[in-house]
Design a protein around this ligand. Structure first.
Ligand SMILES: [Zn+2]
Length: 135
């Protein structure tokens, strides 16, 4: 208990800079082609990193690739069709730029909020509230 309190104090005393990562590292898709399918091995890890709803990214990817997809028990995304890792990463990056990075400060510390039935992007870093189409 006392030790935890001490840690707490220590943490609070740290300058803001060391608490958060200064630069956002774009998550990279780890994918491979198997037969007629493309498997993204780290789909669930990517979702965790960008803190987004599985269905939203899923919908985006199936729309952009114009193909059917599913998520297996291991949390891997399985796309019908052959897509290179570069292609998958390109889509992932455009998703992140569109729906994850704050349009004001370009940091990834955002989450979605609903204002009068409209989903918006709230930035935890700068406090900006941005309307993002298709969110
Ligand atoms: Zn911001």
């Amino acid at each position: 208990m006392e030790y935890e309190k001490m840690l707490d104090r220590l943490y609070t005393a740290l300058p803001e800079k060391t608490k958060k990562h200064e630069r956002f590292e774009m998550p990279q898709a780890d994918s491979f082609i198997q037969g007629n399918k493309t498997i993204v091995k780290n789909f669930s890890a990517i979702l965790k990193t960008i803190n987004r709803d599985e269905r939203h990214l899923f919908k985006f990817l199936t729309k952009e690739t114009a193909t059917a997809a599913s998520v297996d028990d291991a949390g891997r995304l399985i796309l019908t069709g052959k897509f290179s890792q570069e292609q998958v990463n390109g889509l992932l990056q455009s998703y992140i730029k569109q729906f994850v990075l704050c349009p004001e400060c370009l940091r990834p510390d955002t989450h979605t909020v609903e204002k009068q039935g409209v989903k918006m992007l709230r930035c935890e870093a700068c406090g900006a509230l941005s309307a993002v189409k298709g969110l």
